[in-house]
Design a protein around this ligand. Structure first.
Ligand code: MG
Ligand code: MG
Length: 628
C-alpha cells in the first residue's frame, strides 16, 4: 500500500516540504499547484527534484470549476485543462484531481456533467493521462460522493474515475458504507483527513481544521474499511489543511502524518489481516496497567531539595542502584527514581532542562511488543549500554526527546527493583499514597495533537474532550488521555503564551514535559494529616475559594472546615466526588498533587485549576514585583 501526502499539508517551501515528507517515509506526494507555482524552478526540474528524493507524484491538484459550464465558458475550461495536462506531463504525473464545480454559472444535470467528463477523458487518453472527480462537500451541484460516482459511471470512460476524500464524505455525515458498492478499479485515488467535531461552515471547517486520521473525531477507520472492501489498491494520501500545521515544524507534521496512516491501516486490517497482504502486521495497541516509575534527572542542592519534598510526602528511600548514582523512593505502588549520574542520557537531560523528569517507566502486558509497535509507528528506539547485572529494558524516545521504558512481568523486567537495587530497610510510617493517578505533561499548544496521536496510536487509551483552563495570564488547553479502567492517565496541557504557569515552565525548562505528578490516596484527610507531621507544606488556597465552594456544592460545615484546614480543593460530577491538594512549586514550576477519587469521578478537577494556578503564581512571583 503506497502512502502519500499533499504538499499543502506541510509548512515550508517546496524543497523543505519534500525533504520532510521523504524523511518521514512516504512513497509519494500530491503536488498542490500553489506549491509548484511558488517554487522557482521549471516543471521538469521540479519533477526531477521530487524523484531524486525517492518520491513519486501520485496526483496533480486541483483543477477547479470544470463541469457543467455553458459555452463559451465550457470551451475555455477545456483549454485550461489542456494547459494543465501539458504541465502534468512535464512534471511526470498521470492523474489530475478535478473537484466539483463551485462556479456561479455552472449548470446542474448528471448527464451534462458525464458528457463533459467523457470528453475530458478522451483528451486525457491521447496523452495517457487520467482524470479523477472529487465531490467537494460545498460543490454547487455535486457535493456527495454518490453523485460524483454516478457522473463517473455515466461518463463511462477508462481514463475517468472517482476520487474519494474522507472529509467531504464524513463532514456531511454521508454513510461511508455507501462506498462499498463502487468498483475498486473505478476509484482512482483516496484522500484522508480527520477533523474535530465543530459546528461550522463546511468550507471554513475544511480549510482550517482538518487534521491527521486519529487526531479528530470523524469515523475515518470505517471510511477506510469501506474503501478497502471495494478492492481499491491505489495510494492512500493525506490532504490536511490546518492552521497549526502550516506554522508547525515540517518534519514533525510529516512524521505525525505517516504515523497516523500506519496506525489507521493497522486498525483497518486488524479484524481480518489475511485480507490485507500488503499491510505489514504489527503488535496491537498495548494494554497499560500503570506507571512503573518516574525518574528525575537532578544534581546537588536541587536533588536534596527534591528528596526532602519526597520525604514530606511520605516516601521512603528504599533502594540504591548497584552501580549508578540512582536512589529509589517508594510509597504504596509508587516508585520515584532520583538520578544523579554525571554522564549518559539523564545527565544530558539535566544539562538541557535542569531538574526534570527524564524517564517514565510504563507497565505493559508485553514490553518487547510495545517497543516493536512504537518502532513500526516511527518512534526512535532508545538504548544505553547496560552494566553487569543490569536488565535490558526496551525503551523508546517519547515526544520532546524524553525516554519511555516498558516494563512487564512476563519477561521478568518488573524484577528490576530487586535485581538492580540494593534494598534499604525502612520502617517509617508513610502517608497512605497508593498509586500515580496521573502525569501532567506540558507542551506548546501547537504540539498537543502530536502528543495525543503518539499516545493513542501506541496504547489503548481514549481521549476526553479538550477543556480550557484560565490562567490569570492566558489560556491553557488541557486534554486527558486514559485507559478504560483509569490505570494510566495523562493530561496534556498546551500553553499558548509564556506568561501562563505552563508556558513559563516550558520556557524556563527549555521544553521539559512532566510538570506535575498526581498521587492518589484512599483517604485524603488522613494523608494530609500524616504529611503535615512530616513537615509537608501544602499550596495555600484563598479564603474566597472556600466561600465559593459553599455556594457551589452542598457541603456540610464539618466537611468545609476540613477542606479549608487542609487547603484541599473539591469537585464533583454525576458519578462521584474529587479531592485534591498541591505541593508548593519546586525547581522552576514543577509540583506534586495529592488526589482522592470517590465513587466514579471522571475528571481532574479542571474547575479548580484557575484557583490553583493563581495560588501558585502568588508564591512564584518575587515579592514586591508588579504583575507581569
Ligand atoms: Mg480533497
Ligand atoms: Mg492534575
Amino acid at each position: 500500500m503506497k502512502t502519500s501526502i499533499a504538499t499543502v499539508s506541510i509548512s515550508g517551501n517546496l524543497p523543505e516540504k519534500l525533504e520532510a515528507i521523504a524523511a518521514a517515509g512516504f512513497d509519494g506526494i500530491e503536488i498542490f499547484e500553489q506549491d509548484f507555482i511558488a517554487h522557482d524552478g521549471n516543471p521538469r526540474e521540479v519533477g526531477e527534484l521530487i524523484r531524486s528524493m525517492g518520491l513519486e507524484i501520485t496526483l496533480f491538484q486541483p483543477f477547479r470549476d470544470f463541469e457543467g459550464l455553458p459555452e463559451p465558458l465550457r470551451a475555455k475550461a477545456f483549454d485550461r485543462a489542456e494547459r494543465k495536462f501539458d504541465l502534468m506531463q512535464e512534471l511526470g504525473t498521470d492523474l489530475v484531481l478535478v473537484c466539483s464545480s463551485c462556479h456561479p454559472e455552472a449548470l446542474g444535470g448528471i448527464d451534462r456533467a458525464a458528457a463533459d467528463f467523457h470528453e475530458l477523458g478522451d483528451r486525457a487518453a491521447k496523452r495517457d493521462l487520467r482524470v479523477g472527480f472529487e465531490a467537494l462537500a460545498w460543490g454547487r451541484h455535486v457535493n456527495d460522493h454518490r453523485d460524483a460516482w454516478e457522473i463517473v459511471r455515466r461518463a463511462d470512460h477508462n481514463n475517468v474515475g472517482l476520487i474519494l476524500d474522507s472529509f467531504h464524505t464524513l463532514a456531511r455525515k454521508i454513510d461511508p458504507e455507501t462506498i462499498r458498492r463502487i468498483p475498486g478499479d473505478k476509484i482512482f485515488f483516496v484522500q484522508l483527513a480527520d477533523a474535530p467535531l465543530i459546528d461550522m461552515d463546511l468550507l471554513y471547517w475544511s480549510r482550517h481544521f482538518r487534521n491527521m486520521p486519529g487526531e479528530g473525531d470523524l469515523p475515518v477507520v470505517d471510511f477506510m474499511k469501506a474503501v478497502m472492501a471495494t478492492g481499491y489498491s491505489g495510494p492512500i494520501s493525506l490532504e490536511i489543511f490546518n492552521d497549526q500545521f502550516r506554522g508547525g515544524r515540517p518534519k514533525t507534521i510529516a512524521k505525525d502524518g505517516h504515523r497516523s496512516l500506519i496506525a489507521l491501516m493497522d486498525d483497518v486490517a486488524r479484524d481480518a489481516p489475511s485480507d490485507y497482504p500488503n499491510i505489514a502486521p504489527m503488535p496491537e495497541r498495548s494494554n497499560v496497567d500503570g506507571v512503573a516509575f518516574v525518574e528525575f534527572a537532578t544534581r546537588g542542592e536541587e536533588a536534596q531539595a527534591l528528596e526532602a519534598i519526597l520525604h514530606t510526602l511520605g516516601f521512603q528511600r528504599s533502594g540504591t542502584h548497584i552501580a549508578k548514582k540512582l536512589s529509589l523512593w517508594t510509597q504504596g505502588d509508587i516508585r520515584i527514581v532520583i538520578n544523579r549520574e554525571t554522564s549518559g542520557y539523564a545527565s544530558s537531560a539535566y544539562t538541557t532542562h535542569g531538574t526534570t523528569v527524564c524517564d517514565i517507566g510504563i507497565s505493559v502486558d508485553a514490553a518487547d511488543e510495545t517497543a516493536s509497535r512504537a518502532k513500526s509507528l516511527g518512534a526512535d528506539p532508545f538504548q544505553q549500554p547496560t552494566g553487569p547485572g543490569e536488565l535490558d529494558i526496551p525503551a523508546i524516545r517519547g515526544q520532546s526527546g524524553s525516554v519511555l521504558h516498558f516494563i512487564d512481568d512476563k519477561s521478568g523486567l518488573s524484577d528490576v527493583w530487586s535485581v538492580e537495587f540494593a534494598n534499604e530497610h525502612t520502617d517509617e510510617a508513610d502517608a497512605g499514597l497508593k498509586r500515580i493517578d496521573h502525569l501532567a505533561q506540558t507542551m506548546s499548544y501547537d504540539e498537543m495533537l502530536s502528543w495525543s496521536l503518539f499516545y493513542t496510536t501506541l496504547f489503548q487509551m481514549q481521549k476526553s474532550p479538550m477543556v480550557d483552563v484560565a490562567d490569570p495570564d492566558g489560556l491553557v488547553r488541557s486534554q486527558a488521555l486514559e485507559t478504560a479502567d483509569g490505570s494510566f492517565r495523562i493530561t496534556l496541557n498546551g500553553a499558548e503564551t509564556h506568561r501562563t504557569m505552563a508556558g513559563n515552565f516550558l520556557a524556563d525548562s527549555f521544553g521539559a514535559s512532566v510538570q506535575h505528578i498526581a498521587l492518589s490516596t484512599d483517604d485524603i484527610f488522613a494523608s494530609a494529616a500524616a504529611m503535615a507531621k512530616l513537615g509537608f507544606e501544602p499550596l495555600p488556597m484563598s479564603e474566597n475559594y472556600y466561600s465559593d465552594l459553599v455556594a457551589r456544592f452542598d457541603l456540610n460545615m464539618y466537611m468545609l472546615e476540613a477542606l479549608r484546614a487542609g487547603n484541599i480543593l473539591y469537585d464533583e460530577d454525576a458519578n462521584g466526588s474529587f479531592f485534591q491538594f498541591y505541593s508548593k512549586p519546586y525547581a522552576g514550576g514543577m509540583f506534586f498533587e495529592i488526589v482522592e477519587r470517590r465513587g466514579n469521578y471522571k475528571g481532574y478537577g479542571a474547575p479548580n485549576a484557575p484557583f490553583r494556578i493563581a495560588a501558585q503564581k502568588r508564591l512564584m512571583r518575587p515579592k514586591g514585583m508588579p504583575r507581569l
